[in-house]
Design a protein around this ligand. Structure first.
Ligand SMILES: [Mg+2]
Length: 130
C-alpha cells in the first residue's frame, strides 16, 4: 500500500547522466523516483513499484521505449507513460506514441525541466504530494 505517499515515478533512459538529473530533480520535489539505464531493468522497476508515471526514452539497446509502452499499457493501465526522446521527424514519432497511449512526449534535449514537471503534475493529479 502506498497510502498518503508521494506520487511515484520510474525513469528509464540509457543516458546515465540524464537519469541522474531526473532523479535529483524529482526527488527534491517530494516524488518517489527510481531510475534505470536499460529497458529490462526499467520494466522490472515498473513491475515492482507500479508507479504513477513512467518517464522513458525511445531508443535504448535491448528493450526499447515502444516495448515498455506496450507492456505498461497492458499491465498497468492507470500508469501514465511520458516519452523524452531525441527525434526530429516533424512530429511523426510524437503522433505515433500518443496514438499508442502515451500521455505526453518531450523532445530531447529538454528545453525546460519545469515543463516536464508541470506535465508530471497533470499526470498525477489526484495523487498526494508529500
Ligand atoms: Mg537513448
Amino acid at each position: 500500500m502506498r497510502a498518503m505517499m508521494a506520487p511515484s515515478l520510474v525513469a528509464i533512459d540509457d543516458e546515465v547522466e540524464f537519469t541522474k538529473t531526473l532523479e535529483q530533480f524529482f526527488s527534491v520535489r517530494g516524488y518517489d523516483i527510481h531510475v534505470a539505464i536499460t529497458g529490462l531493468t526499467g520494466i522490472e522497476l515498473v513491475n515492482e513499484y507500479k508507479p504513477d508515471v513512467v518517464l522513458v526514452d525511445l531508443k535504448m539497446p535491448g528493450m526499447d521505449g515502444d516495448e515498455i509502452l506496450k507492456r505498461v499499457r497492458e499491465t498497468l493501465p492507470r500508469t501514465k507513460v511520458i516519452f523524452i526522446t531525441a527525434y526530429n521527424d516533424g512530429g511523426k514519432t510524437r503522433d505515433r506514441l500518443l496514438s499508442l497511449g502515451a500521455f505526453a512526449h518531450f523532445d530531447k534535449p529538454l528545453s525546460s525541466l519545469r515543463d516536464l514537471f508541470d506535465t508530471v503534475k497533470r499526470a498525477t493529479a489526484g495523487q498526494e504530494l508529500a
